[in-house]
Design a protein around this ligand. Sequence first.
Ligand code: ADP
Ligand code: MG
Length: 292
Amino acid sequence: ATPTSIMVGTGRAAELGVLFRQGDALQSLHDVRTVALDKTGTLTEGRPELTDMIASDGFAQTEVLQSVAALEASSEHPIAQAIVRKARLEGLELPDVAEFQSITGYGISGRVNGKTVLVGADRLMTRESVALDTAKTTGDALGHEGKTPLYVAIDGQLAAVIAVSDPIKQGTPEAISALHELGLTVAMITGDNKGTADAIARRLGIDTVVAEVLPDGKVSAIEQLAQEAGPIAFVGDGINDAPALARADVGIAIGTGTDVAIEAADVVLMSGDLAGVVNAINVSQRTMTNIR
Ligand code: ADP
Ligand code: MG
């Protein structure tokens, strides 16, 4: 590509709110066959709401919510914010927490009111030898609706199943359709529950799902997708997306995301709207075909 055509291309992209931090990303993007996207905060708003709470027999719903929210008040995960918001809305006082621990990719634990409380994915319960019994069926059903099921254990007993739901961002369905029209394969990479991820992918017509990925597993997910389907672009917003953004043939960060993600990316979208991904690819294809 000539320096002039690259300059024209990056200029046109900038007018569309797409910043190419490196000119050669215009060329790499033209070769991309697969676009993989992070789920939370990229395909979805990243602002979940607590939608369901089913307490086990012998556990009072309000007390469980109070303990869980107390614990989540120390976590920065969007799930935590959803739960704390709900507890405040119900006017609950949050008791003190001791021995708070965040187990990345699994959930959180700590001591509240003299009891050990665990909140997180089913794999946290498995890891801590908490029996899920019928709660698993409840959680799977919630996952099937596209909600994220969370399990609560108090002193080793399954105390409740909670679900949070994160709305799909405006513009996401149109962007996925446009990527398909360009002949690209669309994939989703997420740390979330497999059932939840599958339900959302079905709704959006996403071709490939890689779910229950641990925070340091996104890079290997990218490498595997690239091996199966050729050059790959990855779109993400979070701190834990940074290594995958750097590893992908083209890393595309959402400008409203974290600084770490933006710094690791080749392309930055000024707005959160995924139409930016489509615009970036359109500009790269036009630039490259004018040259050839
Ligand atoms: P993602 O960003 O895709 O949600 P994470 O690795 O941050 O991926 O989280 C993976 C899973 O771990 C979540 O879907 C949830 O089940 C559990 N988890 C993480 N943090 C928390 C938390 N603060 N409270 C409850 N569950 C959590
Ligand atoms: Mg994210």
